[in-house]
Ligand binder design. Structure first.
Ligand code: SAH
Ligand code: SF4
Length: 359
């Protein structure tokens, strides 16, 4: 089976393919709008095209490559997690949330349709090479990168489902399986495709990318001056502790990372988010909070603290409400804004990579 996914093509690439086939130029636009405005995902739906062209599309390109294999809804109905089978049998997941998973998103605009927020968390890799010890995806190891189209189709799948309920995706967080900055080009190509005013026209400001802290990629991202929000998985304020939780810290220690974050904020004027999974007795201590406050002093930022989602491969326990409060208080008193996030969707393993890793 061919694995060229129609969603892997940019509009100019689609146009040049159609030109090769001797099709008139306006066909590319028609197909593009079918994909990204009507959310058609099979050649048969393109009834505005001649049958011969539909046939040719069906023979040459893959359309519907995300096969949902399991869908789980949290008991509060706020979180829906879908596990998809890819063309090679590998699995990824997306999580659709009816609440704000990150403070950065609170600033994002409502879409004006009157519905609440519908935030989709997408994956960028099958597994992850970064090996963060508390993370279920990290515990799986790295399997492969997703193509730009495989990232884009995750959004299209939800867009289609929500459309049936008269709703739209309002925000996208790149916080599913994988490290987006390890798959930089495909991730950015996917974002560009989602942004395309001729197509889905999804504003970059509604997108948040979370990275484990790959410093050269952060610098590249800064230089590109994208409107996309940036979040950094920090989780510890000293190098010894951070390296024991996030091995990548051996390569890019905290001070170098924070330096890159300061450059980002200086260059873009945008607030940066730091993520912190509170692990009982490990990084939820007053000592860590004070040290963190000193590192982030004067930086336009926000700390998102969330209790650890316990995973099979890691013995750490979630913090208590009281320790989470104290942690937040110390930061806030030091002038570093911090929000305690709820653990949502825990009953359906909606933490990073927790479902797919079981298959
Ligand atoms: N690789 C990127 C994005 C995917 S992980 C990154 O690491 O930022 C998305 C977020 O979930 C990260 O902040 C990550 O640290 C966090 N995370 C992973 N496992 C977790 C767990 N068991 N409990 C709480 N947060 C977790
Ligand atoms: Fe990869 Fe992010 Fe999980 Fe670390 S936390 S292993 S970078 S997905």
């Amino acid at each position: 089976m061919s694995t060229t996914l129609i969603y892997d093509l940019s509009l100019p690439e689609l146009a040049s393919l159609l030109a090769e086939w001797g099709e008139p130029v306006y066909r590319a636009q028609q197909i593009w709008q079918g994909l990204y405005r009507n959310f058609w995902n099979t050649p048969e739906e393109f009834t505005n095209l001649p049958a011969v062209l539909r046939q040719k599309l069906a023979e040459s390109l893959e359309f519907n490559i995300l096969v949902p294999s399991t869908t789980l809804q949290s008991s509060d109905g706020e979180t829906v997690k879908t596990l998809f089978q890819l063309y090679d049998g590998k699995a990824i997941e997306t999580v659709l949330m009816k609440y704000d998973p990150s403070a950065a998103l609170q600033q994002a605009q409502r879409d004006g349709s009157g519905q609440g927020r519908r935030t989709l968390c997408v994956s960028t890799q099958v597994g992850c090479a970064m090996g963060c010890v508390f993370c279920a995806t990290g515990q799986m190891g790295f399997k492969r990168h997703l193509s730009s189209g495989e990232i884009v189709t995750q959004v299209m799948y939800s867009a289609r489902l929500l459309k049936d309920q008269g709703e739209v995706v309002t925000n996208v967080v790149v916080m599913g399986m994988g490290e987006p900055f390890h798959n930089y080009d495909n991730t950015m190509a996917a974002i560009d495709r989602l942004n395309d005013p001729e197509g889905y026209n999804f504003g970059a400001r509604r997108i948040t990318i979370s990275t484990v802290g790959l410093v050269p990629a952060i610098r590249r991202f800064t230089a590109e001056k994208r409107q996309v929000n940036l979040a950094i998985s920090l989780h510890a304020a000293d190098d010894a502790l951070r390296a024991s939780m996030l091995p990548v810290n051996k390569r890019y220690p905290i001070d170098k990372l924070i330096e890159a974050c300061r450059e980002y904020v200086a260059a873009t004027g945008r607030r940066i988010t730091f993520e912190w999974a509170l692990v009982s007795g490990v990084n939820d201590t007053p000592g860590q909070a004070h040290l963190l406050a000193s590192k982030l002093k004067g930086l336009l930022c926000h700390v998102n603290a969330i209790p650890l989602n316990p995973t099979e491969g890691y013995s750490g326990k979630a913090t208590t409400r009281q320790h989470a409060e104290e942690f937040k208080e110390i930061l806030t008193r030091s002038g570093v804004p911090c929000t305690n996030r709820l653990r949502r969707g825990v009953d359906i393993q909606a933490g990073c990579g927790q479902l797919a890793s079981r298959f």
